[in-house]
Design a protein around this ligand. Structure first.
Ligand code: AMP
Ligand code: MN
Ligand code: MN
Ligand code: MN
Length: 285
């Protein structure tokens, strides 16, 4: 495989987590958009990895393993993308299973909160949008509430029902940041801090997040993602340069109806950055 990639997309979701398309359809869309290196990064699951690998291979695209892990840090949820790890690594598999197992009681608590607001059957309704209870996410609840006519869009459901202080929100205990980075590294992968501008952390807490991530062995940060404005792209490019981190880019594509940009439809990385794929070397297939 070449080591120079001009158009990678290293963050997107299939219907094995909270996306709506299969890994195979995503791979076809990636190729149609000119993507030359692709990673499927479903939340807390590797269920789509083999299909993603096989379909990219059939299309002649370069592929690297991927996952997006929810972790707890200072009472907040932070997302860590893992790239280029061994998908059979038992420690990483166990870590992801722990997160998946805790999605079930959390979804039940969310449904109870919604029922108390006069929205019955949300657990069953959300489950129709997911492959299994262990993958239930807020996105599946949001799709169900749009279906019932409660809200016009998924983002409206989040605002009114699914964020802290709203009736369908239930607190969550994710695995720790340090355990996550440790297992990604143990599995031979690179840990990437996902969409940093999404975390509404005060400056000192953001510094602590960056310090802790680096101390645990985190090596890269998403600079280009659909969640970032052009100014935020520059801001986190500067963070990557200061910290000596590699830079990643990904669409965070979930669905043609809900996502801000299509798979592969992002701006290129700014200059004077080390692209994360330079760290992935032999792990790209
Ligand atoms: P969960 O892992 O169950 O907490 O769900 C988090 C997922 O919800 C994220 O991965 C996004 O796909 C989606 N999400 C989070 N915030 C919003 C929002 N404000 N609008 C739409 N989708 C969101
Ligand atoms: Mn998601
Ligand atoms: Mn995320
Ligand atoms: Mn994501």
């Amino acid at each position: 495989m070449p080591s120079v990639y001009l158009h990678p997309d290293l963050h997107c979701h299939s219907y094995y987590s909270d996306g709506v398309l299969s890994p195979t359809i995503l791979a076809h869309q990636a190729r149609a958009q000119g993507v030359d290196l692709w990673a499927l990064t479903d939340h807390d699951t590797l269920a789509g990895q083999e299909e993603a690998r096989a379909s990219t291979k059939a299309l002649g695209l370069a592929w690297v393993s991927g996952v997006e892990v929810s972790v707890g840090f200072l009472g907040q949820t932070i997302h860590i993308v893992g790239l280029g790890f061994d998908v059979r690594h038992p420690g990483l598999q166990q870590l992801l299973a722990t997160n998946r197992a805790s999605r079930v009681p959390r979804a039940q608590a969310m449904a109870a909160g919604l029922a108390a607001q006069g929205i019955p059957n949300a657990y069953t309704g959300a489950l129709r949008y997911a492959q299994e209870p262990a993958q239930l996410s807020r996105t599946h609840f949001a799709r169900y509430l749009v279906e019932t006519g409660r809200c016009r869009s998924v983002s409206e459901v989040f605002r009114h029902y699914l964020v802290q202080g709203k009736p369908g929100y239930a607190p969550h205990q994710w695995v720790s940041l340090s355990a996550c980075v440790e297992q990604i590294r143990a599995a031979g992968g690179v840990a990437v801090l996902a969409h940093p501008a999404r975390y509404k952390l005060p400056v000192l807490q953001a510094q602590l997040l960056f310090d802790t991530f680096a101390e645990q062995g985190g090596q890269a940060i998403e600079v280009v993602t659909s969640a970032h404005t052009p100014a935020q792209v520059q801001q986190y490019a500067a963070v990557a340069r200061e910290r000596g981190w590699a830079a990643s880019c990904g669409s965070d594509f979930h669905s043609p109806d809900e996502s801000r940009c299509s798979i592969g439809a992002m701006a290129p990385l700014p200059g004077r950055l080390q692209p994360v794929w330079e760290l992935l070397g032999g792990r790209i297939h």
